[in-house]
Design a protein around this ligand. Structure first.
Ligand code: ASN
Length: 317
């Protein structure tokens, strides 16, 4: 049965008021707010500069899976909503050297994804990039960031953790690492889920094959088809925490990788132009704030971390 627009709006307002009045949601929002604060504090302490988010641009992340991607035509050009600031990071880091962004991303995922409890079509990732750093250096930074943030949450959000009956472990560095190929062999097709379910600590999934990733992560010189990238997996079945890698920065390699993905140079002309000017290598990663909050609070559904959650398939306030 279809609703008229007044009914729809009425339902949405009622939902929002009920959602925001839910004690669980209020506690989770407080934890999410603190996670943002501690991550910023940590990164500033390491010399990272926060830059403002880009919301709309002719250049955004192609992603490795299809999403609904509406084009906004204005001023004689075409613009898209940011799916990630990957290219802006690569540009900004050339002069700023170490950067981060509390970056709102829009990814209009298929309705099916509402079932995972891990997807929102509007979310925030803290997106981090550093010039002339290796993947290993960035993994080390990510481990310190997670250990620091969880320590602070345990010190300062004891009431919230008690409410959620959540006791968080003290993770030790370095986190375990497993290659994509090893994980697939050991756990089968659904390896990310299996790996997460059996782990008590975060695990790095490294060396992801070219088909499973976007064109911009760097391919090994001596292992064709394998990328110098990494995903971090939360334990206890909470799955992906972060994704990142070293980047391609040399023009011929960028062009080759765009073609290998069956994408066009036209789509990435802004980035190609930049690479033509010459850019230095960089590496980085992004951590989803709502997913971090979901893990810390031990929540089943990600929408409880956000006052105005955008669940795939649903028009929401
Ligand atoms: N933030 C990710 C990275 O740094 C990119 C993404 O979100 N797709 O690699």
């Amino acid at each position: 049965m279809s609703m008229n627009i007044e009914e729809y709006v009425q339902n949405e307002i009622e939902y929002s008021l009920k959602h925001l009045g839910d004690e669980k949601v209020r506690h989770a929002i407080k934890v999410g707010s603190d996670i943002r604060g501690y991550i910023s504090e940590f990164l500033r302490g390491k010399g990272y500069i926060e830059i403002p988010p880009v919301i709309i641009s002719p250049l955004t992340d192609p992603l490795n899976h299809p999403v609904y991607d509406p084009k906004i035509s204005a001023y004689g050009g075409d613009l898209w909503l940011t799916k990630s600031m990957i290219f802006h990071k690569q540009i900004a880091v050339q002069s700023l050297k170490k950067i981060f962004i509390m970056s709102p991303n829009i990814r209009l995922e298929v309705e099916e994804k509402s079932k995972t409890g891990r997807h929102l079509y509007e979310f925030t990732q803290v997106d981090i990039e550093a010039l002339e750093k290796t993947r290993e250096e960035m993994m080390d930074l990510a481990e310190d960031l997670i250990i620091y943030t969880i320590k602070k949450i345990k010190e300062n959000d004891a009431d919230e953790l008690k409410f959620f009956k959540r006791s968080l472990p003290d993770f030790k560095k370095p986190f375990r690492k497993i290659t994509y190929m090893e994980a697939e062999k050991k756990y089968g097709k659904d390896f990310e889920r299996e790996l997460s379910m059996e782990s008590k600590e975060p695990v790095w999934l490294i060396d992801i094959p070219l088909e499973a990733r976007e064109f911009y992560d760097r391919e090994y010189d001596d292992k064709p088809g394998i990328l110098r990238d990494m995903d971090l997996i939360w334990p206890e079945g909470y799955q992906e925490a972060s994704s990142g890698g070293e980047r391609e920065y040399e023009l011929p390699r960028i062009i080759e990788r765009i073609h290998k993905k069956g994408q066009t140079e036209e789509q990435f002309k802004w980035f190609i132009e930049l690479a033509r000017h010459g850019i230095k290598m960089s590496a980085g990663f992004g951590i989803g704030i709502e997913r971090f909050t979901r893990y810390v609070c031990g929540l089943e559904r990600i929408e409880d971390t956000n006052p105005f959650p955008k669940v795939p398939g649903k028009v929401s306030l």
